[in-house]
Ligand binder design. Structure first.
Ligand SMILES: [Zn+2]
Length: 560
């Protein structure tokens, strides 16, 4: 379901159109009560239902530009599903018979910037929040009170009648970082899927899209100053027929035809689309390791000088690395980050920092000279030097650095935020040092792992992460004190794509595990209950089906 937001004149035109549908069928929410995921903090059922008809009007209260992304999203959802174009009015206008009222309300400030209230009565619906993001989540919850068929594509001809049960909801998320990562380097995913991916996040009330844009197997972001990054770095030889770890490197003279990249214009449009859904995109530019694609384009920033070719599959360990001894390397990376910051308004910029094998640094005279000149102990401290320098650059542009937990080794950069993936220990250590942390341990958050019996599941990288284990995820480890816990910004799941080459397969790996993740990062631990979740999942799966999402159907009968 990709919904293009309505605004300004487009919206007025739409509001003027009264369309009707030749075929309507009645549909009601699935049995089993309210099947809202993630589970709201407070919900009380009331008598009766609200029915959307051609007389239904939408009222806006508060700054137009703050309310419209949510109001437009709701109006378009209703129109796609029912064929009804609701009319809009401001609160001073003539009272309509049935009203959907969206308001920014300062008195709800205690619900935070993402909290909201939602009240459905037979003749009116009220969505309120102190901030626009909260209003957007009120809309998402309201849509989940509608029949699952509202998630069908706009092109569906089978329009439905929308009835909404009366209810009172008060809700806010547990964490401010609710993330999902997509690796587009190991396999390139076209912009159309990136839009769809953003829709998925919005549907699950996730607010952070961590975009893994570069790695050894492909550079996916256009950088104007260094065109070879995409001319060379975005393309590799086609070895898709072979197992990921058994792919011959590029031969001399062989043409690289497999890959792709996003232009800066495409990225701007994607960022804008995400912003209208209150989703922050965090770009990841890997350094100093996981850089073969960049070095294939610009070997002069390596220790050895190359040559390199973009890897068509897995090579381990990878020793290709940016030279930390050359000043030119830092100029190159700062130039790239300047363009990245221009495209992405996110407070955080992810610099990777993981799995950097430093054998080249041990051998390189320039790197050894840097170690000596800076009074560093070893190559681990040289990585810290590297990361600190990049952090200073980002901080000077009012951005914050985040990296995988390897950035702890050799000493953490002063303001750095740590993304803990090798279990939770890195996150625990960082929180105890007073650094912010995002928890993303392989044990609960690696969606490239098998979710069922490997004998029947599509080939995956390994591991085993059934839906129930994702549901158990708690971003705050028990070892942390209350004060230390305050450094945990939230949690995130990651979809690495070595073994995932199509959007359909990506959806299979993501769903319904993303539903379990959503509840793990939104809902308070006391309200979480696996049996209750499994019951509500029925509604969620019906929504996936309506939206045409290729989810894993056997998710509730896991291997163990
Ligand atoms: Zn070097």
């Amino acid at each position: 379901m990709r919904i293009s937001l309505l605004c300004g004149i487009t919206f007025l035109v739409l509001a003027a159109v009264i369309s009707c549908s030749p075929s309507r069928r009645t549909d009601i929410p699935s049995r089993g009560g309210f099947q809202i995921i993630p589970k709201p903090q407070h919900l009380v059922q009331r008598e009766g239902r609200f029915t959307i008809t051609k007389q239904t009007a939408m009222e806006i209260e508060g700054d137009y530009h703050s309310v419209m992304p949510s109001a437009g999203f709701l109006a378009e959802t209703i129109q796609n599903a029912s064929g009804i174009a609701v009319t809009f009015s401001n609160v001073q206008g003539r009272r309509a018979k049935r009203v959907i009222h969206l308001a920014l309300d300062d008195s709800l400030v205690e619900l935070g910037i993402e909290g909201y209230t939602l009240t459905v009565q037979p003749d009116r619906i009220d969505l309120k929040a102190s901030q626009p993001a909260g209003l957007f989540y009120a809309v998402q919850t309201l849509i989940q009170l509608m029949p699952p068929a509202v998630y069908q594509p706009a092109s569906a001809s089978n329009k439905i009648k929308i009835r909404i049960p009366c209810v009172e909801i008060k809700d806010r998320p547990r964490f401010g970082w609710r993330g999902l990562m997509l690796d587009v380097s190991r396999h390139f995913f076209p912009p159309e899927f990136i839009y769809r991916f953003i829709d998925f996040l919005a549907m699950h009330k996730l607010n952070t899209f961590h975009w893994h844009l570069v790695d050894d197997q492909g550079w996916r972001i256009e950088i104007k100053k260094y065109p070879k990054l995409t001319e060379v770095g975005a393309w590799r030889v086609d070895r898709e027929a072979n197992h990921w770890n058994a792919r011959e490197p590029q031969k001399p003279g062989e043409k690289a035809t497999c890959g792709g990249f996003y232009t800066q214009d495409e990225i701007r449009d994607i960022v804008s689309y995400a912003t209208n859904r209150y989703i922050t995109i965090i770009p990841e530019i890997e350094m100093p390791g996981h850089t073969t694609a960049a070095l294939a384009a610009y070997p002069e920033y390596s220790c050895s000088g190359g040559p390199f070719s973009v890897l068509p599959g897995g090579v381990w360990p990878i020793t290709d690395i940016f030279c930390a001894g050359k000043e030119e390397t830092f100029i190159f990376l700062e130039d790239i980050l300047t363009e990245v910051m221009d495209l992405f308004p996110s407070r955080f910029i992810h610099i990777g920092g993981d799995e950097a094998t430093k054998t080249e640094w041990e051998k390189c005279p320039l790197c050894r000279e840097r170690i000596q000149k800076e009074g560093l102990k070893d190559v681990e401290e040289l990585q810290s030097y590297f990361i600190r320098r990049i952090e200073r650059f980002l901080n000077s542009h009012e951005r914050r650095l985040i990296g995988w937990d390897e950035i702890l080794e050799g000493g953490l950069a002063p303001q750095a935020t740590v993304m803990s993936w090798r279990g939770t220990q890195g996150g625990i250590d960082a929180a105890r040092l007073g650094h912010d942390v995002v928890m993303s341990p392989t044990s609960h958050c690696y969606f490239d792992y098998y979710q069922g019996d490997p004998d029947v599941e599509p080939l995956a990288i390994g591991g085993y992460l059934p839906l129930s284990r994702v549901y158990e995820f708690d971003p705050v480890p028990g070892e942390l004190s209350a004060e230390e816990s305050s450094f945990i910004l939230g949690g995130q799941a990651n979809l690495w794509t070595e073994y995932v080459s199509t959007p359909e397969h990506a959806e299979y790996m993501l769903f319904p595990r993303t539903a379990a993740l959503a509840e793990a990062v939104w809902t308070l631990p006391d309200l979480k209950d696996w049996t209750d979740f499994a019951g509500r999942l029925e509604g969620q799966l019906a929504r996936y089906k309506a939206a045409g999402i290729n989810y894993a159907e056997k998710c509730l009968s896991p291997f163990d």
